[in-house]
Design a protein. Structure first.
Length: 385
């Protein structure tokens, strides 16, 4: 096992009715900005619960944060929040709203000339306005980590950032807030969380059996509960298991002491930036091809994954590797998510564009072994067609 430092200060308020507890978590004299997305929270009762909990606070609303939150929109929120002297932000929504809020609170406290540098140049986050979250769409795990991914529409770029300053102070996880989610968002959330685990698990062994088995527990739970959620989206227990699995997938617990990959995410972000494809769907496209392309260096963990998660134990190593990949693809497809670029009307022209963009940025050394270069990305995408 590798050396590690683990830090996660997020307080979790889990279960039915926990939204009412947020007033105790926010300073009584705070001026609160509530951020949210397209307005679904005003149709499913979440908005009313939040406003009731904050009835003794000054609350300013900022809505219409997009899926794959736009830098341009978020900077409007930053400007308003500064002028209104906001000192606490409450994100109410899914991963995009929470990611966007992380950027808002970091940009509000940024003393440099251009907040875009936090993303494009990885300028350090020295401080951030405190914030909390009320999660309504499980999947990204953003409610229990410090990372975010932001899109700049003007340049069609999508970059990530994170800092110990951008952990939420608290997050409410009430499974009932998910009961009105459309099937597409449930599918996206399950596959997103599943892929988060694989990015931290399918690397190479470092004698960390606890982390392996914790990762496998999350994978098995998502495998079992994901299809149930599509059939019974208002089943409290099912959605509770998915909600907690998604948080555990990316709160740092399973990544400590082990190598991690994240090449699938890096490549998938380009597809979202260029074509607006749902994040989880880009992962479902890239991951199988990347695993096949890197099956030689990932063989030990792939065989372990196949046996422990999918019950693949018969045949030669090559046959077991292929059966494991097919089981993964079948799971994604069972969640009604397609796994080929052509399913999204994306072809070779896009691959060339992505390769050119990566070359311009000087991208190199992706993956847990730092052995994925631009030419490898091109081959992986070609295998994804």
């Amino acid at each position: 096992m590798n050396n590690f430092t683990f830090y996660n200060p997020v307080k979790i308020l889990f279960g039915k009715g926990q939204i009412s507890a947020i007033a105790k978590e926010i300073p009584a004299d705070a001026r609160v900005m509530m951020t949210y997305g397209g307005g679904s929270i005003k149709k499913n009762g979440v908005y009313e619960q939040v406003m009731a909990a904050l009835q003794n606070h000054t609350v300013l609303e900022f809505g219409n944060i997009e899926p794959n939150p736009h830098y341009e929109t978020l900077m409007q929120a930053v400007d308003i929040a500064k002028r209104q002297k906001i000192d606490f932000v409450l994100a109410v929504g899914g991963g995009s709203v929470i990611d966007g809020t992380k950027f808002i609170v970091a940009a509000m406290a940024y003393e440099g000339e251009d907040p875009w540098d936090l993303l494009a140049k990885h300028a350090p986050v020295q401080a951030a306005v405190p914030f909390g979250t009320v999660l309504t769409l499980p999947g990204t795990g953003s409610e229990m980590n410090a990372s975010a991914v932001i899109t700049r529409v003007a340049t069609k770029e999508k970059f990530s950032f994170g800092s110990p300053h951008t952990f939420p102070k608290f997050s409410v996880l009430d499974p009932e807030t998910t009961f009105t989610l459309p099937p597409r968002q449930i599918s996206n959330g399950v596959v997103d969380a599943f892929t988060h685990v694989l990015e931290q698990y399918l690397t190479y062994p470092v004698n960390a059996p606890l982390q392996d088995r914790m990762a496998e527990a999350v994978l098995l739970t998502l495998r079992e509960e994901g299809p149930k959620a599509l059939l019974a989206p208002k089943n409290y227990d099912v959605m509770a298991n998915i909600m907690w699995s998604a948080a555990m997938a990316l709160n740092g617990v399973i990544r400590v002491g082990v190598p991690t990959d994240w090449a699938t995410h890096y490549i998938g972000h380009e597809l979202t930036a260029l074509h607006g494809i749902d994040h989880a769907r880009t992962l479902a496209v890239v991951l199988p091809a990347l695993l096949r392309y890197k099956s030689g260096t990932k063989k030990e963990k792939l065989l372990q994954y196949g046996e422990r998660v999918w019950g693949v134990s018969a045949g030669t190593e090559d046959e077991r590797l292929e059966a494991t990949l097919q089981a993964t693809i079948s799971f994604f497809e069972s969640m009604d998510i397609k796994t080929k670029l052509t399913d999204y009307e994306v072809g070779e022209d896009t691959i060339k564009t992505i390769v050119g963009r990566l070359e311009e940025r000087g991208m190199k050394n992706l993956g847990e072994r730092a052995d994925i270069q631009v030419t490898d990305v091109e081959k992986i995408l070609e295998m994804s067609l």
